[in-house]
Design a protein around this ligand. Structure first.
Ligand code: ADP
Ligand code: MG
Length: 732
């Protein structure tokens, strides 16, 4: 018998070497293997007769190889193969396919799947670039036993087609056989971990049945449902995955609520302190959001709140207000930013806004000298520093706080839910080992309590996705821009018109404005692209704008220089700032009203929107110029179109999500977003909502609908699953 958690090495026919190839596909155990679903199916129950085919359709044909050969045309080699059924014949062609030269032998049975087209010369129907599988071989060059086993799985039924793996070594056929073996050895009495009432409400079929049918559908199964992943078997598996994810998130959320936090008081003293620092009247949205935050902070349970607001909506001041509440209560605050530049930026604003009120603020970044770092850490540990601003990496790793009360995480879109769990866990561990000494915290409670956490993001996230990504957080939204903003005008310009663009920049500068010129810097080509950016800086500085003050900002500069450049730009002593995407988040210079983005087609949509958010921050009219060069992909066109059409971050996020899919949208790898085995957050939104609802219902029990035993079983299953798939042991 094979348990779901058994390593694939122990599946008959796999072994250590192939297991390694599977690991590259994130297939480690039997459960992973069984969740490697076909990406499509072929109807070989009633394969098509050659004479019934019609031009334009996709078809599966099973036929016998008659002859094949490679033809050279002027442009490329074309491989042709003719297969027949009785007297009917059908030609298949593959372009540039010399590698097929020795593939086919007359007499072999072959399954072909592809588009039927009419040959423009002969008028005959043919298959163009079909996928194929040799399913029978008369001269026995395929092992006879294998052939028989394969044949029984590959004709006369709906056949699952899997993506190949291991550089083609693990073929669809191989997967079919291995998955079949795994299914055959699955325990008969696999219990269903989903509670009965949930199964009933969603008409879920049993997991064992679902596993079988998703790989080996019944001959009568709807083909449309199969391709859309909407058969009862698919629904069961997708729901299950989402349900146990949501169960973990919901549990986490409830646990966090049950922890002891700090009851911050928002008394007149704190209110006065806030009023004193405000440089402007907050918007209604900002007020509302602060109220929600202050109310959370006043609760005995720790705050876990997400603050969403489009770029430029004014999140920083809200964060500072929350910081004041914590500091007035005698606690320290950590403000974490994803980049050093952004940390510096926050540090400047914090000093500008908070220092005159007497708060002690420190900046802790990696580029500080070791001595200085040590000194700052001492200040933090002794409680002298009240507001600590730094990069995530630094604050997470090596800092002991005397009395940390509030953690503010900025630009959370770079972090996913799992990573955040790890981070919060760590902060809890660390504090457990840190006794809070006396110091200035008069109102501090004696017991070690969980600090409040406020997460800020500028990525507007569609609601259902927010439920998953931030299922453990309460959400506040700033849905209003500060007054006096004029919408940004966005235009596309081909880069052969750069002279006009530079003239425009010059005119704006003459009118007293400042400009950004942004170059793409994509990790894979960092070196060459950095060189290109630097070269363009020289070109702009020496040739195009010899009369203007041009600055350069990129991630590799040492931080003193970065800081100096930012400061000069902020003070208006640089007219044109040439930058890579280091300015993507947070940089805030209201007088900069022009942004030229070179090679705009290379940026992602959300990134373009983030970049554009750097301008349009003051009363002056702002312009974003998207320069493009060369050929642009269709997706690229849609991104640029969207940028020209709208300034609305939510619309942009929706479209970006659609264009890229959730994995890429959130940067699955880096962000620790759970990568799904079978679910797809866009396609399966409704199931996600249902999963969330049902998970909450389970945790509201036991009651008449759901027994204690069922809840325990579900939780056990959830833990095992989280541990297996997300590597998180501590959940639950
Ligand atoms: P983000 O939400 O992108 O972090 P910021 O907090 O940087 O936005 O705010 C953008 C700009 O708007 C800043 O220059 C800030 O000083 C200004 N701002 C924020 N709130 C207001 C307000 N209520 N009235 C006027 N200006 C504001
Ligand atoms: Mg910000």
């Amino acid at each position: 018998m094979l348990e779901p958690g058994t390593s694939v090495r122990f599946v008959k026919g796999i072994g250590p070497r192939l297991a390694e190839l599977l690991a590259a596909k994130s297939i480690h155990n039997v459960d992973d293997l069984l969740h490697y679903l076909p990406f499509r199916y072929e109807d070989r129950v009633n394969p098509r007769g050659i004479s019934e085919l019609r031009a334009g359709e996709m078809a599966t044909v099973i036929a016998e190889v008659r002859n094949s050969g490679l033809f050279h045309t002027r442009r490329m080699p074309i491989f042709q193969m003719t297969a027949g059924q009785g007297r009917s014949r059908l030609k298949s062609i593959w372009f540039n396919a010399a590698y097929l030269r020795d593939k086919f032998k007359p007499g072999q049975m072959i399954a072909l799947y592809g588009k039927v087209e009419q040959d423009q010369y002969s008028g005959e129907l043919q298959l163009v670039q079909p996928q194929f599988e040799i399913i029978g071989d008369p001269d026995g060059s395929i092992d006879a036993a294998e052939q028989k086993a394969a044949a029984s799985l590959e004709v006369g039924r709906i056949v699952p087609i899997y993506e190949s793996a291991g550089q083609g070594r693990l073929t669809p056929r191989w997967f079919r056989r291995m998955i079949r073996t795994a299914l055959d050895n699955l325990p008969q009495d696999l219990p269903d971990p989903i509670p009965a009432i949930t199964r009933q409400r969603l008409s879920l079929i049993h997991p064992r049945e679902a596993m079988w049918k998703v790989h080996w559908p019944d001959p009568g199964e709807s083909f449309a449902d199969l391709q859309a992943s909407r058969t009862p078997a698919h629904v069961r598996l997708i729901f299950e995955e989402l349900f146990f994810l949501e169960l973990g998130l919901e549990l986490k959320r409830r646990e966090q609520k049950a922890q002891t936090g700090i009851e911050f008081k928002l008394d007149d003293l704190a209110r006065e302190a806030i009023k004193k620092i405000l440089p402007f009247h907050p918007t209604t949205a900002q007020k509302l959001v602060l109220k929600e935050i202050a109310s959370d902070m006043g609760q005995p349970s720790p705050m876990r709140r997400l603050l969403q607001g489009d770029v430029g909506s004014g999140k920083t001041i809200v964060a500072f207000e929350a910081a004041i509440i914590a500091m007035e209560n005698g606690y320290q605050v950590a403000l974490m930013a994803p980049t050093e530049i952004l940390a510096q930026q926050h540090y400047f604003s914090a000093r500008r806004i908070l220092e005159s009120a007497g708060y002690r603020i420190v900046l802790l970044t990696g580029s500080l000298e070791d001595n200085r770092k040590r000194e700052i850490r001492r200040h933090i540990a002794q409680g002298n520093a009240q507001l600590v601003i730094g990069t995530h990496a630094l604050i997470e790793q090596a800092v002991e706080f005397a009395s940390l009360g509030l953690v503010i995480v900025d630009e959370q879109h770079r972090f996913g839910v799992l990573q955040r769990f790890k981070l919060m866990k760590k902060s809890a561990d660390e504090r457990a080992g840190t006794a809070a000494p006396g110091g200035p915290a008069e109102r501090r409670s004696a017991v070690s309590a969980e600090p409040d956490v406020l997460v800020m993001t500028a990525t507007p996230i569609p609601r259902t996705l927010a439920l998953t990504l931030y299922g453990d957080l309460d959400v506040s939204v700033i849905d209003e821009m500060p007054p006096g903003r004029t919408p940004i005008i966005t235009r596309r310009v081909s880069d052969d018109r750069s002279i006009e663009v530079w003239d425009f920049v010059r005119n704006q500068v003459a009118a007293g404005q400042q400009a950004y010129v942004v170059y793409p810097l994509i990790e894979e080509n960092e070196e060459t692209e950095l060189k290109a950016a630097i070269k363009m800086y020289k070109e702009l500085n020496n040739r195009v704008f010899p009369d203007l003050r041009v600055g350069l900002l990129h991630g590799r500069l040492d931080s003193d220089l970065k800081e100096q450049t930012m400061r000069l730009f902020q003070k208006g002593e640089i007219d044109v700032l040439v930058a890579t995407t280091v300015i993507e988040v947070g940089v805030d210079v209201a007088n900069a009203t022009v942004m030229v983005i070179e090679h705009a087609e290379r940026f992602g949509l959300s990134q373009l929107h983030q970049l554009r958010g750097r301008i349009g921050r003051g009363a002056g009219k702002s312009y974003c110029v998207l320069m493009t060069g060369g050929k642009i992909s269709e997706v690229g066109e849609r991104r640029l179109d969207a940028m020209v059409r709208t300034n609305d971050g939510f619309q942009i996020a929706e479209l970006d999500l659609e264009l890229r899919g959730p994995g890429e949208f959130f940067g699955t790898r880096q962000t620790g977003l759970p990568s799904f085995q079978v679910a797809n957050l866009i396609r399966d939104r409704q199931l996600l909502e249902a999963a969330k609802r049902e998970a909450a219902a389970v945790l509201d029990g036991p009651n008449q609908e759901i027994s204690k035993a069922e809840i325990d079983r579900a939780l056990r299953h959830m833990r095992a699953r989280w541990q297996r798939t997300y590597g998180l042991v501590e959940v639950g």
